[in-house]
Design a protein around this ligand. Structure first.
Ligand SMILES: [Mg+2]
Length: 108
């Protein structure tokens, strides 16, 4: 499945009748909530003695993706365009791959 197909399929379960502001706020709050669930799963592994729960982490990443799809739709963006723009930014920032030196002395 490619990202645009995912976006199209994910949005089938988005609430209908919401304004752009509703969709953006839903996406923002949802991303924060799902990122918190992802971090909580890691916290249980790191500090509560739980084995790492890869299945739960994968499901939470999916939940995060759903809200990314919603945010993209609210902004009339395709996920594939956002992904390509991010890769172009990273290529410019780290042309030879990540380096702590380039990270410390970024222009932006
Ligand atoms: Mg979740």
């Amino acid at each position: 499945m490619d990202s645009d197909e995912y976006q199209r399929l994910a949005l089938r379960s988005a609430p209908a009748g919401h304004t752009e502001q509703d969709r953006l706020l839903n996406a923002a709050l949802g991303l924060c909530g799902e990122a918190g669930e992802w971090a909580d799963t890691l916290k249980k592994h790191a500090f509560h003695g739980h084995p790492i729960d890869r299945a739960a982490l994968s499901k939470e990443l999916g939940d995060i993706l759903w809200y990314v799809a919603l945010a993209c739709d609210a902004l009339d963006l395709q996920m594939s365009d956002v992904m390509a723009e991010n890769i172009a930014k990273l290529r410019a920032r780290y042309p030879d791959g990540f380096s702590p030196e380039r990270s410390l002395h970024r222009a932006e």
